[in-house]
Design a protein around this ligand. Structure first.
Ligand code: MN
Length: 725
């Protein structure tokens, strides 16, 4: 592999031609001329004409075997930022694709990584995001950084440190992540050179000296392996391994060991033809020398996340020295050097017919791949970087990107767009298909939120939203809504209590007496007091007691104590009334499911109105309830309604019992909405019915009828049940 810097356009063209003979060379030359003109008069710190830099960057891109568009973009990558050239101009001359790439590189260039750790992670994500958009952008940026690092000595000390640190923290890991091994290694070594010059120099000298000493040993081992491989009818080329100084330095630091201890071993690489033969070569080596236990690694069977594959083993070689081998195929080697780009090229050979897929055309096939072969899916999964497995990237219908935590739902997305959108969202389409609001969105989804002005946030949403933004917004809405409702509930309860005491609610509310009572109870305003009543913090009797005591002299006469017409609660079909109160929010408790005829009590549920329980509801006792929050209620017998109760019957397990019980129930004019039968070991049957009845008297008739059925042993009403809707 040739690593050195490309310095002129002819060299660049030759490189491109070597892997893409039919490339549009006119385009390359045109981009070169454009870049020369645009950077006219600019020089680098080294004194060279500026255009040397974009040419070198394009050169690195040809080493990575990118497509023409990427090489062109490499030539133009600094024109938008540093020259008078405009995006329109670039688009006219080179097309949308190239502008998109140059624009992406320019944007990455503007991300600062030198900030707090959190911010840095955020920026790294942005980078990854641009990668998901078009990986060539990141590859061009890496090529740019590589050349800048190669020429870093022309900059001042501070700048060198700063850029090296950023490279070490961001760009080298990124190169590693997408599997471009040699770029990662070179970047790291250059960083070490500038960050710790003495360490770098000492290592370089030590390695050179050791290699010189070892030359003969390496050759000897190489020859032995070569012969053994050939004797076994296998192919294999033996190579020494490029030195990675930063890797040695890191090992020394991490394990606190000396250079001699780290660099004690001879490292060789064997490249053979097939995967099977990798294992065959391994067998040959292990039959020559004893392997060191615990040092064999099978990255072929289990590739690294950046797709790296090889067999690693260390053996005790001639003269008892340790020798480390890496065994891989040609393709595996390309993957190790080029990362995902190489992987694609390898894959592409399987589809020779696909003329469209040029070197990097694969990126645009991203979506197709998802539906394609499972190994492609796996491939894309690792491309999408396990590093950020905790986030997903989704799109608005207009194509802008939102980052959400994994597990997010359309509601999270809606709140990420705008509070109003979140508050009013009724549904969502993901990739054009309607999904439930709790649907989990995935990277790449396009999400459209359906809204309705009548929709409001739902408490249930809190069960599935992931983002703290959505949670906060929903809670906020619920809280203010509870406030409004409590005020309303408090007002109605007070009105009822006032009427019971022969006072006129309207006058009391106007008189300012409430404010006084509020102050007594420790509240600032009358509304606060009323809301507290609605929340169940203060009993109505307590408030009315305060009002009645210091009756102001000459106060207007109270309204005659005419009993208001019984009003019916909002849940009209349930037929409940709170004495004197109108339009109260009510619901029958699900724990005891009271029906007309049962003695009942209302309990103020914070911000939600009254929950109606049976007086003997075991849950009500267990609630450890606040006496203040209990409200007297009664059934409104004038309003008939249907109420579901559960009846559990135990009968002898014989034919016809179910039918007989059913018809007994039906004969009482009660409707059965559900029936379940379980046969027990002891030849008894459990029959469970959900029966719709009018009131307790009706229920009693039903129970009696059931008990009369031949074979029925017991029948009882089940208090605690809940019908699934
Ligand atoms: Mn540049």
């Amino acid at each position: 592999m040739v690593y050195e810097t490309v310095t002129d356009i002819d060299q660049l063209v030759a490189r491109l031609r070597s892997y893409q003979p039919d490339a549009d060379l006119g385009m390359i030359r045109k981009a070169y001329e454009f870049s020369v003109r645009a950077h006219q008069g600019q020089t680098r710190r080294s004194g060279e004409p500026y255009v040397q830099h974009p040419v070198a960057v394009a050169g690195v891109l040809t080493l990575l075997k990118t497509d023409v568009a990427a090489v062109v973009a490499g030539l133009l990558h600094d024109t938008l930022e540093d020259t008078v050239a405009t995006a329109d101009e670039l688009e006219r001359e080179f097309g949308k694709e190239v502008v998109h790439l140059v624009d992406g590189v320019t944007k990455i260039g503007k991300i600062t990584f030198r900030s707090s750790e959190e911010k840095q992670a955020e920026n790294f994500r942005k980078m990854v995001l641009s990668m998901a958009d078009d990986i060539r952008v990141v590859i061009i940026k890496l090529a740019d950084r590589l050349h800048n690092m190669r020429t870093l000595e022309h900059l001042g000390e501070n700048k060198r440190q700063e850029i090296s640190q950023e490279t070490l923290e961001i760009y080298a890991p990124l190169a590693n992540r997408i599997g471009i091994g040699w770029v990662k290694n070179e970047l790291e070594d250059l960083c070490l050179k500038h960050l710790k010059p003495d360490v770098y120099e000492a290592l370089r000298v030590s390695v050179a000296k050791r290699d010189e000493d070892r030359q003969q040993y390496i050759q000897e081992v190489g020859a032995l392996v070569q012969k053994a491989v050939e004797d076994n009818g296998l192919l294999g080329a033996i190579y020494g391994r490029p030195k990675h100084l930063y890797g040695i330095y890191q090992k020394m630091k991490k394990q606190s060991i000396s250079f001699d201890e780290v660099y004690d071993l001879t490292a060789l690489r064997i490249i053979t033809d097939t995967k099977m033969n990798c294992y065959a070569v391994l067998g040959v080596i292990h039959s020559l020398w004893r392997p060191l236990p615990g040092r064999f690694k099978d990255y072929i069977a289990i590739p690294k996340s950046n797709l790296y594959q090889s067999l690693h083993t260390t053996v005790v070689g001639p003269k008892g020295e340790h020798v480390e081998f890496q065994i891989r195929t040609e393709e595996m080697h390309r993957v190790a050097e080029y990362g995902i780009a190489a992987h694609w090229k390898y894959k592409e050979q399987d589809r020779i017919d696909d003329k469209d897929s040029k070197a990097f055309g694969w990126l645009r096939q991203f979506v197709e791949w998802q539906k394609d072969l499972p190994d492609n899916r796996q491939f894309m999964d690792s491309v999408k970087l396990e590093l950020f497995h905790d986030v997903v990237y989704v799109f608005t219908p207009k194509g802008s990107v939102k980052e959400l935590p994994k597990g997010s739902t359309p509601v999270d997305f809606a709140y990420a767009i705008h509070t109003e959108v979140g508050d009013h969202c009724v549904g969502a389409k993901v990739n054009g298909k309607i999904v439930p609001l709790k649907h989990e969105v995935a990277s790449g989804d396009t999400i459209e939120i359906l809204t309705s002005t009548s929709q409001t946030p739902h408490k249930d949403w809190l069960k599935f939203v992931r983002t703290s933004r959505a949670k906060t917004k929903i809670k906020h809405w619920i809280k203010s809504e509870e406030q409004i409702r409590s005020l309303e509930i408090g007002r109605r309860l007070l009105e009822a209590e006032l009427r019971r005491h022969g006072l006129a609610p309207a006058q009391v509310f106007k008189s300012g007496q409430l404010l006084e009572a509020a102050k007594h109870e420790g509240y600032e305003t009358a509304d606060e007091l009323v809301a507290a009543v609605g929340f169940g913090h203060v009993a109505t009797a307590q408030v009315v007691g305060r009002l009645a005591a210091p009756a102001p002299v000459g106060a207007p006469a109270a309204e005659p104590p005419s009993r208001p017409k019984p009003a019916v609660g909002k849940s009209g079909d349930k037929g409940i009334q709170v004495k004197g109160a109108r339009d109260l929010l009510m619901q029958l408790s699900r724990c005891c499911s009271p029906v007309p005829g049962d003695r009942i009590l209302g309990y103020i549920t914070r911000g939600r109105g009254l929950t109606i329980h049976a007086v003997d509801c075991p849950n009500l006792e267990a609630l450890d309830y606040d006496r203040e929050r209990l409200v007297e209620v009664e059934w409104d017998t004038a309003t008939p309604g249907r109420h579901s109760v559960k009846v559990a019957v135990i009968a002898e397990d014989k034919t016809g019992v179910l039918a007989n019980v059913s018809s007994a129930i039906a004969e009482c004019q009660a409707n059965i909405s559900r029936a379940e039968i379980i046969t027990r070991e002891d030849r008894k049957a459990e029959l469970d019915f959900i029966v719709e009845i009018a009131d307790t008297a009706h229920l009693n008739r039903v129970m009696k009828a059931i008990e009369r059925v031949n074979g029925v042993i017991t029948a009882r009403r089940v208090r605690s049940w809940q019908e699934r809707s």
